[in-house]
Design a protein around this ligand. Sequence first.
Ligand SMILES: *Cc1c(COP(=O)(O)O)cnc(C)c1O
Length: 363
Amino acid sequence: MKEPVYNFGAGPAMLPIPVMEKIQREWLDYQGMGVSIIEISHRAKEFVAVLNAAQDLFRELTGLPDNYRILFVHGGARMQFAALPLNFAGRVPGKKCLYVETGNFAQLAAREAQNFCSVETIASSAESDYDRIPDMTNVAIPQDAAYLHITGNNTIYGTRWNRFPETGAVPLIADMTSELLSRQIDYNQFGVVYAGLQKNLGPSGMAMVIVREDLLGFVSQQTPSLLNYTQCDKDNSLTNTTNTFAVYVIKLVLEWLKDQGGVAAIEKLNEQKAARLYQVIDDGDFYRGIAQCEHRSIMNVSFKLRTEELDAQFLIEADAIGLYALKGHRNVGGIRASIYNPMPLSGVEKLATFMEEFARKNS
Ligand SMILES: *Cc1c(COP(=O)(O)O)cnc(C)c1O
C-alpha cells in the first residue's frame, strides 16, 4: 500500500476521510431517491431537511444561544467583508465601524468596508509584522460605533485571540474562517461570527454567518439582495439557489465532529497536535516560530528555518514522504502546517518526527 498523504494545506483544506467516503457512497443515489443530492431542488423537502439538520447540529455542538440565527451565504469569507458594513453600519449615525488589524485578511476586511462605512482602525500589529495580537487593555472602544471587527485566527501568521476584547455595547464581529468549531467559545460575547467554509467546514465559495437577532433589520438600502442578511434569514438561506452540495457537506462534517466527541473533545486534540509541533520548534534554535508564544494559533503553525535554501530543502523532503502543502504563505515565506479539525494526530506525529530528523541531519 502507498503511504498516506497528509494534507497540511491552508485552504481549501483536508476533509475527514469518513465524510468523503460517505459522499462517495451516497453520490449516485441519495437515500434511495435514485438521484444525487446535487440533482434535486434546493426547495425539495429532502434538501431542506439537510439544511435544517446542519443548523440544528451546529446549535447542538456549540451551545449557540436561541437568539442567534445561522445563515448560509454566497461568496466565501471575503464577500462578507462587504456584507458586514452593508448590513450593520446603518445601526449608528455616521456609520463608524472599528477594525483591528492583525494580518492580511483583517486588512482586506477593513479595506473592503471603507467603500460602505467610515472605518477606524483602533489597533494594529503591522509594526511587528503581525507576529502577535495587539494589546487591547488600553485601547478605548468608542461606544458610538456600529461594531468592532476582529480576525479570530490569523491563518497566514499563525496567531489567534486567546482573550476577546471587551467591547461594551459595541457588537463584536469575528472572522473565524480558520478556526470555527476548533475551540469552545461563548457566543454571547459576539454580535456576529462568520467563516468561509473551506478550512474547517467543507467546500470553498460559501460562508456561514451566525448573527444575533437584534442586529438584523439595519441593512443599507443599496445592498444587493443576496448580501442582505435580514432577507437571507427570512428565506432560511434559500433566497436563491444555494450551493446545495456545500450545505450537504457541512452537515456531514458536523455529524463527524459529533462522533469525535464534539467541540470540547476536538479542542483538546487540537491543543495536543499544536503542542507537539511547537515543542519541536522550541527545542533548540533550528526552527524559528513566526508567532509570539502567547499568541500562537492551534490551527496554523508557521515557522522558518535558518535560510531560504533550507526552507526549500525541507519542503522537497517533506513532500517526498507524503507531507503535502507545507509551504508558507507568500507574505511570510517559510513553512506553515495547517492542522484543522480533520488532521489526525498521526499526521502531526509524522511531521514532528520528520522535523526532528531534518534538524538533526542539517544542524
Ligand atoms: C481563508 C480566509 C479568508 C478568505 O476566505 P475566502 O472564502 O477565500 O473569501 C478570510 N479570512 C480568513 C481568516 C481566512 O483564513
